[in-house]
Design a protein. Structure first.
Length: 357
């Protein structure tokens, strides 16, 4: 039996308020616990987005009723809320800025809208950037100019990880995260059937897109540049994914640890890498408290097949359907209580705590 500290996932789309047919604070925290994750940081691209006090309260009220693991909520950077979000910083996980288009309404197209956030948001908390390729370079330059930390979400390309490496070497305050799907999946060829046996290509849609084999290899080769693993758990229902207009996003909370442990078994990663990038570094970067008496017991020898049918997420599918993995979460302790055991979530609704209060 392997004992790990409770994992922290700094990038989770909860979907509440507004899209609870995809997921809500209850199902997402059940999925988290089943995956050995005891703390999640929730993204603000909900409906409505979280961009002021009223919307933050809306999300946190729902969370308080329903969560089964610990959490904090990100604020979203909008065109005219820089002072408002800065005043709410203490109550939040941090600030998320969308510099590229994705699911939701929070994209900041106009570069003149970036500076107020870089100036106003407290400098002891990072601004998390959804940025790809050239906008990532622009975002890192802003971090240098305004002398403040940024955390780059879901790095997927070779050019991106090398850019971050170079920026770190020059002392720019940049950290980053990589998602399992960008470490374990490559972009499918145009005629392939698609992930998980999907009819169309909708199940493969994710932002950033799945990349080439060379990109994936560059991420593995630069493991020391990667500060955190993050799932970007972005559930959409199977009907939505297989529709004419499929939204981008994969669920990921329940497959994170089995995939990483399988990589450990393959000799591509160490258990210490998992602890550094899923516990110690996210705690430091986002100034998160330690969770006392919190750990995960894993059966390292258990081999099994990933099945959406076994998952707690409401979305009902996984891009890793049918994958053989080694390493099963047996039991999770959260603040001294058994929160998950042998496939059952035992933590009650409302047991989760907002770590910013
Ligand atoms: C995310 C979503 O569905 O909310 N989708 C995704 O493909 N990652 C949005 C995002 O994080 O870009
Ligand atoms: Zn995301």
């Amino acid at each position: 039996m392997l004992k790990l500290p409770g994992l922290i996932d700094p990038h989770v789309h909860v979907r509440e308020p507004g899209q609870t047919h995809k997921e809500d604070w209850d199902t997402v925290t059940q999925a988290a616990l089943a995956g050995g994750v005891t703390m999640i940081l929730a993204m603000p691209n909900t409906k409505p987005p979280i961009f002021d006090e009223a919307t933050l309260t809306l999300a946190l009220d729902a969370a308080k009723q329903k969560t089964r693991c610990d959490y904090a909520q990100f604020l979203g950077a909008g065109p005219d809320n820089a002072e408002i979000v800065a005043s709410l910083a203490d109550k939040s996980a941090g600030l998320k800025m969308y510099l590229d288009s994705t699911f939701g309404e929070l994209r900041l197209d106009d570069m003149t809208l970036w500076a107020p956030h870089f100036i106003n948001f407290p400098k002891d908390m990072p601004i998390v950037l959804h940025s790809e390729s050239r906008t990532m370079a622009a975002g890192i330059l802003f971090a240098a100019i305004y002398d403040r930390p940024v955390h780059i979400a879901h790095v997927s390309l070779k050019e991106e990880i090398l850019l971050i490496k170079a920026a770190k070497e020059r002392g720019i305050q940049v950290t980053c995260e990589v998602c399992p799907h960008h470490l374990f999946l490559t972009s499918p060829s145009p005629n392939s059937e698609g992930i998980g046996g999907g009819q169309g290509g909708g199940r493969m849609e994710v932002r950033p897109r799945l990349a080439t084999k060379a990109d994936v290899e560059a991420l593995w080769q630069n493991m020391d540049v990667i500060d955190c693993f993050a799932t970007d758990h972005a559930p959409h229902t199977l009907a939505e994914k297989d529709s004419e207009n499929p939204p981008p996003g994969f669920p990921g909370l329940e497959t994170l640890l089995p995939l990483l442990l399988t990589a450990v078994d393959d000799g591509r990663l160490t258990v210490d890498d998992i602890v550094q990038k899923s516990v110690i570094n996210p705690r430091k970067i986002f100034r998160l408290p330690e969770q006392p008496e919190t750990w995960v017991e894993v059966d390292e020898t258990a081999e099994y097949e990933i099945k959406a049918a076994d998952q707690f997420s409401r979305c009902g599918w996984t891009p890793f359907e049918g994958w053989q993995v080694k390493g099963r979460v047996k039991r999770v302790f959260l603040r001294g209580k058994v929160a998950f055991e042998d496939g059952k979530v035992l933590a009650e609704k409302g047991f989760g705590q907002n770590i910013r209060y």
